[in-house]
Design a protein around this ligand. Sequence first.
Ligand SMILES: [Zn+2]
Length: 440
Amino acid sequence: MRILIENGIIYTCEPNQPFLIGYSLLIEGDRIAWIGDGIPPLPPDLRMDARHQVVMPGLVNAHTHTGATFLRGKFWGLSLMEWLEQSSPFLESKTFEDSQYSSWAGVLEMAKSGITCFADSSRTGLNIQIAAEVGLRCVAAPMLVDEYPWGYQVPRAESVKEMAERLAAITEQFRGLVSFSIGAHSPYATLPFTLQDAKKVAQQWGVRFCLHFGEHPYEVAYVRKQYGKDLVDWLDGLKLLDSNTVGFHGNVFEEQDLNRLREIGVNLVCCPTNGALLGCPTPNLSAWGRARIKAGLGTDGPLSSGGFNPWAELRLAGAILGWSRFPEVTPGHLLKMATIGGASVWGLDREIGSLKVGKKADVITVIIPPTKYIDRATVESMLVFGTTPRDVTNVLVDGRVIIQNGKFTSVPEKSILEDIYRYYDGIRNNLSNRRDAHEP
Ligand SMILES: [Zn+2]
């Protein structure tokens, strides 16, 4: 199958060829075969008109929790630890249906937003199967919890080794589109032994190790009080930090820590909305850029960020930069974080994250509103500050059309969503005699 996306504004996210107006892109099988402005070298089977649209790499959501979608909107106005304390009993007691429907709703929403690859910290593995069914790329990144600081212990059904074996077996079925990593929740909710065990198993399988890291000053104070050490020193002393480590958040880090993390090779993922809503410090993205940290952007879970909207994350990241007067990091830099940066964080940048002949064809098209000026800086600025998920028209992953003209071609979105609504409507009806169902 050959697909030609023609007459678009090609935004490659490649350093030497970022912006081509009126060009076309030919996909053959699962890869990009040609980018040019003339007649394609081979006749296409399908033509997609991208006039007035940007053709760009699919977005990489480098950190999320699809399993929490069923609780969206339930908690707000809380700081990180208050939020965790209130929400964790709900999360830890969720049903199979909650996990399943959460993942479906989350994966569909991501695809419609232009996300073609996501790293998901749900533990069940359902997300992998659903991602594969929808046709998205997924890195399963489950995180182990021992005990939250207020004394809430989380029972574990399997050892780290067993979890890795289970995930490896699931991902094996969907070779290519899905992979896995091993994660531990955080320095305050995972014991040192478990952190090291998770890292060891990740090394044995040759996969990334991930954790929430440098998210909030509470975590820094906790490590200092509990272990008498600086956060980065402590984790480095446990031999958890290297170029296969992915840290989610990094809000608390300034120049010195960031330079050190760069030397070690640690990857970071910024989740702007989550940080802002949970009262975390503003990430110094300018210092991230100066330190040349390998960095991606993530939505985090919908329970802390409201949804899976990568454009909202880009917009807030851009606003943080403007607000804080961090001039070094531009909209173009943020778009790289959302594409090739996220791919690099997860070790996928050789295959995805930019538009280049020979790379996998993970491509989206995004409408550009009528405007007088079309140049690289203007288009980058419009993408970061003025785009919404509804502007995403076509989504292709691995050369396969997942969404065409805003409609799913891979799965029946409407009937899946109707099933989810029906299920939760049924539960609410069953609860309608209970007093708490009527509480505001
Ligand atoms: Zn998270």
